[in-house]
Design a protein around this ligand. Structure first.
Ligand code: SME
Length: 160
């Protein structure tokens, strides 16, 4: 399958998974498995969840990672503060990038926005330079949209 077909299949698989389950932790966990299964050349996929004033490591697949990230710090903290997707072709060129896995060369971070608030960020890392492009970004934005519409994130909104 080509890249676009893979991304499309991934989003369909997510839709099918979350149609039968609304629990936020379950859905975040299973969604990281889908990312690893459907996307090539990814070495880390997971979430940092906004809890009591900082981003805290949530469900992920890959090597162990840094546990807490402040707003504005690194690629994840920047996505949080700016409420904007961060597409980083070369992590060495991103000032303040936090190197969890030294193999990571490029990164894509998507803020998860519910009721106007960033409740988490989705972080994808690749050992390839320039691994992520606009096609990935757009399918990942749709991925998060699917996740948000079907998952109950109320416990996280109450936990801020
Ligand atoms: N590189 C991220 C930190 C998280 S790890 O990549 C899993 C950052 O700069 O925010």
């Amino acid at each position: 399958m080509n890249k676009t077909a893979n991304l499309k299949a991934m989003n369909q698989a997510l839709q099918a998974l979350i149609e039968v389950e609304a629990n936020w932790l379950t859905n975040l966990a299973n969604s990281t498995a889908l990312l690893m299964q459907f996307m090539d050349d990814i070495n880390w996929a997971g979430y940092y969840i906004w809890q009591q004033g900082e981003l805290v490591l949530g469900p992920f697949q890959g090597k162990t990672a840094c546990v807490r990230i402040a707003a504005g710090q690194g690629v994840c903290g920047t996505a949080y503060s700016e409420k904007k997707v961060q597409l980083v072709e070369d992590v060495c060129q991103f000032e303040g990038h936090i190197a969890c896995d030294p193999d990571s060369r490029s990164e894509l971070v998507i803020p998860v926005i519910v009721a106007g608030e960033v409740i988490a960020v989705l972080d994808l890392d690749s050992p390839q330079l320039g691994r992520f492009d606009e096609v990935d970004k757009n399918y990942l934005l749709e991925f998060i949209k699917i996740l948000i519409t079907e998952t109950d994130f109320l416990p996280l909104l109450n936990n801020k």
